[in-house]
Design a protein around this ligand. Structure first.
Ligand code: HEM
Length: 136
């Protein structure tokens, strides 16, 4: 297994645990640890995706999948962008609270968006683990 895959797998497992913990914290009104974990996860997700693109473009370890899995891998990558961009909007919305309509919208619907993004996010990481275990 390449170093990139080991790090990706470790990140997926850590992120899965933290997502569930952050959700539970929010449910119990523990906003500060919830906020800190979600900021960490969102920043980590950006680093992961940018690093992935960098490795694919310049690294010698470009992922190669059997042809029949290409639609699945494309779906997985595209779906992964939903919680990435969505979580970024939620974090930005909270950090800019009260300053513009963008933050007003995302703060008003934080719970609904948050629940949706966390579910898609978990699915994306489970898909990533599936890729690592079965496609490599
Ligand atoms: C600066 C970052 C964040 C802060 C300060 C924050 C704060 C909060 C607060 C105060 C609540 C309680 C309900 C509410 O006010 O609507 C909440 C709930 C929630 N947040 Fe966040 N949040 C942040 C980021 C995120 C992100 C990025 C996600 C997911 C992608 C998320 C997912 C959720 C969910 C799912 C709930 C509802 C929990 C439930 O009742 O099921 N949060 N958050």
């Amino acid at each position: 297994m390449s170093m990139f895959l080991i790090i990706s797998t470790a990140w997926a497992v850590i992120a899965l645990v933290l997502l569930v913990v952050a959700w539970r914290l929010a449910r119990f009104g523990r906003t500060v640890p919830h906020r800190n974990i979600m900021i960490l996860l969102t920043a980590g997700a950006w680093i992961f995706v940018l690093n992935y693109l960098f490795v694919q473009r310049y690294g010698g370890e470009a992922a190669s999948f059997p042809r029949q899995y290409i639609p699945w891998v494309a779906l997985h990558g595209s779906l992964g962008l939903v919680p990435l961009i969505g979580a970024t909007c939620l974090v930005a919305g909270r950090l800019m609270a009260g300053r513009n309509r963008f933050s007003g919208h995302f703060n008003r619907h934080h719970k609904a968006y948050g629940r949706t993004f966390i579910v898609v996010w978990v699915f994306t990481h489970l898909g990533g683990l599936f890729n690592t275990i079965f496609l490599h």
